[in-house]
Design a protein around this ligand. Structure first.
Ligand SMILES: [Ca+2]
Length: 93
């Protein structure tokens, strides 16, 4: 499996690990998103212990406003973060 295929597989399995905890196993509830952000991002996107920060992130990700974050909405976050990291590393070269 190529590096990019491995990255795609990891994104899917990582999402599923959190989305399967409660309710619809194909979407993230706010509680599941909080756990994912804490474990996978640390404080990179703000402190998830800050309820307002978590509410804002959840609202920004939930673009179809169905009160859950599906894989499509989650991947947008990953794309944005990956682009920001890429720009950071380019500026350091
Ligand atoms: Ca949604």
């Amino acid at each position: 499996m190529s590096d990019i295929q491995q990255a795609m597989t990891l994104l899917i399995t990582s999402f599923d690990r959190y989305s399967g905890k409660e309710g619809d196993r194909h979407t993230l509830s706010k509680t599941e998103l909080k756990e994912l952000l804490e474990n996978e991002f640390g404080d990179v996107l703000g402190k998830t212990s800050d309820k307002e920060a978590l509410d804002r992130i959840f609202k920004d990700l939930d673009t179809n406003q169905d009160n859950s974050v599906d894989f499509h909405e989650f991947v947008r976050l990953i794309c944005c973060c990956t682009q920001m990291c890429h720009e950071y590393f380019i500026s350091k070269r």
